[in-house]
Ligand binder design. Sequence first.
Ligand code: CP
Length: 336
Amino acid sequence: MKHFLNTADWSRAELQAMLDDARAMKKSPYGDALKNKTVALLFLNNSLRTRTSFDVGARQLGGHAVVLSPSGGMWPLEFEDGVVMDGEAEEHVKEAAKVLSRYCDLIGIRAFPKFQNWEEDRKDRILTAFAKYADVPVINMETITHPCQEMALVMALQERCEKDGRGPLDGKKFLLTWTYHPKPLNTAVANSALMIAAKFGMAVTVLCPTEDYILDERYMAQALRDANANRQAVTITHDITQGYDGADFVYAKSWGALPYFGNWGPEKRIRDRFRHFIVDEEKMARTNNALVSHCLPMRRNVKMTDAVFDGPNCIAYEEAENRLHVQKAIMKALAT
Ligand code: CP
């Protein structure tokens, strides 16, 4: 039994096989690979795309999804081992995981960091606990990484590059740019974009306002290992011109500065100085006619201008659609 927690646990060839299956299912959506199978989807945070695409995807393959959330009547869960459960939690994750495993064939987990202490959040305790105790495969639906989003992004890039005659992803310049947002956001999609771009042979540049916005060393190191294996580089810059010059792909995301987790007042004063990191036409003009995307949801004209987002090089809708196809391939690979 193998979980889908992080793309680092899977080889490029294994991921490409799932991407190929996703493309086949994009052409021919219905099947019986999940016939009589049930997927439990546990959402501890909001969602539009993930919730809908997993539910629709399970049904298109003959299966059934059960959506659970604390606000929807689920018992509050305890995730620590060995604690005296005399607080709010009524049920331990061990029982939740083991009982769901008796009813369901797959378990999806969405559990964002608490944003109080990165050293604690980086342990990814909820996902780890489910993976430890579940007797069926567990899928990461976004915790401190977002592997399903990574797969959808690569699929969208491969499709559009083929369609436009841009050639393979290997050797292309992938710019991951921090963008302004009024609130500190999860680093998951940024960690994921960094890792998947390096894994699929691209030269990655991370553009962020200051050193405080550099991503967790675990994901930087993983990207560097993959980049080295692919004879590519991972570069960090705080210089907008350097980041955009000659880029083939621009991926926009905002994230909170790790050293300021739990101390967001000072971080806000820093981030407010960098509203100009917005993806706009002037910056895009420096690129190699780059494709551009964002995982969504996205604040228009804060992270990216309407002109760029609604322009012909934006593949955000393709990426969002591909969540459905890649997740079907992932569920199929794990459950059959
Ligand atoms: N990109 C993404 O995961 O969207 P949702 O938060 O709406 O699920």
